[in-house]
Design a protein around this ligand. Sequence first.
Ligand code: GLN
Ligand code: ZN
Length: 775
Amino acid sequence: MSILSLPVATLGVPRIGPRRELKFALERYWSGKIDAAGLKDAAAGLRAASWACQKARGVSVIPSNDFSLYDHVLDTAAMVGAVPAIYGWQGGEVPLDTYFAMARGRQGAEGGCACGHDATGVPALEMTKWFDTNYHYMVPEFQPGQRFALASTKPVDEYREAAGLGFATRPVLLGPVSFLKLGKCHDASFDRLSLLAGLVPVYIEVLRRLAANGADWVQIDEPCLVLDLSDAERQALRDAYGMIAYALPKLKIMLTSYFGGLGGNLVTALALPVAGLHLDLARAPGQLDDVLAKAPRGLVLSLGVIDGRNVWRADLDAILDRLEPVVARRGADHLELAPSCSLLHVPVDLDLETDLDPDLKRWLAFSRQKMGELAVLGKALAQGRGAVRVELDEAAAAISARRSSPKVHDAAVAARTAAIQPWMSWRASPFPERREVQRAALKLPPFPTTTIGSFPQTETVRKARAAFAKGELNAAAYETFLRNETDAAVRWQEEVGIDVLVHGEFERNDMVQYFGEQLSGYAFTRHGWVQSYGSRYVRPPIIFGDVSRPEPMTVAWSSFAQSLTRRPVKGMLTGPVTMLQWSFVRDDLPRAEVCRQIALALRDEVEDLEAAGLKVIQIDEPALREGLPLRRAEWQAYLDWAVDSFRLAAAGVRDDTQIHTHMCYAEFNDIIDSIGALDADVISIETSRSKMELLDAFAIYRYPNEIGPGVYDIHSPRVPTTAEMLELLTKATQRLSPDQIWVNPDCGLKTRRWEEVRPALVNMVAAARQMRANR
Ligand code: GLN
Ligand code: ZN
């Protein structure tokens, strides 16, 4: 029988709407401008539009329940009734306000903040990164003896909603093993997998209801399949899917793995009693041969050939070269085409980008364009390439234009990275020697005080920036405004007695965008939003070409600030790894190579800052740890080039120039060698909430350089007292030598108000003085 196309799936699409409709609906709901029915209507409208769009673009396997008001892991927790006691849930269906309390916390009667820092409110669930993406999920909390019960029929409701609109969908669930693995328990020694036997019956109930409503296939995501799994975890997969197959022998399950290859879990995955298996062939193209050799005949393979993690137009001919022999060998009836993972991680629609350079635009594909690419592949594989000749030719022309474009390739950059020498990553002298010359040059007191860089981005600052962007404020007026803000910030820091000052970063919209806009090889979209968490979306820059620095980027602001004071001002830069990690990165060069290009551009900036008289320069790397690959075996290779890029950016300066780095909250235990290898003269980290426990890793390692453990939790509007900060500093001295310790907040202060920042920093300086006096 001849078919017109291979089945085409999306596995899930962005929920936010092409114009961020979901965010605006949520914010209206939270501020009381619309009620729950209004929010539900808006959400239903987005779902209907998204199903129709997928169908129109040639998707034949359309998902349902991929939508979420906030987060799909939170949805799963609600589905199985995993609601911690503090939220006061009484059983039954989880109400919307309980759901949002878990997502965002609930304010107490006395007011306070939404982060749960007052006694009467409840905090939100913890949030953490979804695998190696920049999406963050709400971490489910479990306890020993945890019971599960069906507490949200969302998957069934949305399946029925789609059916009512004429869309036969394949519902999506987060699988039980990944769900348990992604959660946490206060008693860290508790084995969460022991909860599986109680959890799976709830899944079975949901699946039974889906089947009763007509679903013949269900997609179950087990992204944990691409991680290093223990034997017990593999057994849990066998148990879970064994129970499901036993209960529902007729229901077909498409089990998805994504964000990497199955590796050592391949045999386990192939032996599970499921009808289909999805493979990420963008990240792990090599696994296809292995799977084809070992997969049982009847297993439907979902081939994730279009990159769901990046924004580049695919080389369709190259994909067809790979897939045509597979179709010939295996037949078309047990194959499906899909993106490598859900399209959640790419922007919605390239067509909205009217200001992008047309060449660049032609090289890109966002969620909706990727659906089109899949449809073309589906047709080509069923009917031959001739059936989609025009589309294939257009794709091939775009690919070849990109390959040879002078916008992408800059011979000078290539020559410069090729000429990198190992000595360029080394400071002139080792730290103990640098420390002496820096002490002589800076003459700082013990326990020197500083801040991490940004001061409050007040309403006035944001308004001025917006007015400047709209052309309502001219460049000279904007400049004057920023100078006044900077001047006031510098004077204030001097007055309260901070030792190493910052200029305040008032001129910056965002720590990556500000630099990206000044570097060659970076582009920015207007509507390219991607969900970071809940209603927070980001527009990652796109690194499309060789990166270079046409002109100094921060020297003017830093030297202006330095001209206002005799105290040292810190030059403030975003590091190469973070510049890479928070962007969409070109796929025609190794990430390590792109990182080195950025490092060289920053190296020039560092040297220019030094030449302009800045004695202290901070290179922020909050994204260093989050760049770690999912598999341990790949960690070291990543850390090697990441650390080397930082050193390349930093090491061009004289011994008496002090290099700082900053990282936000992170577990340092397992990367402490690499933190040491950065060889920054000073590192500031976020430690206040952990009560300095994060310093243990530094203590055990005998970290030799200087450290500023954060003593002020900047996530909370609360003003810490001098006594509290003294206590934290005393804790720090139990782990580190007093002459290593700096005194600073956890992170930048841009999200805080001056009313909070002023007294907090006054108290911080008092705490430092007290420490000095006690010595
Ligand atoms: N220098 C930046 C700031 O203060 C650092 C922010 C961060 O680490 N996320 O805002
Ligand atoms: Zn930070």
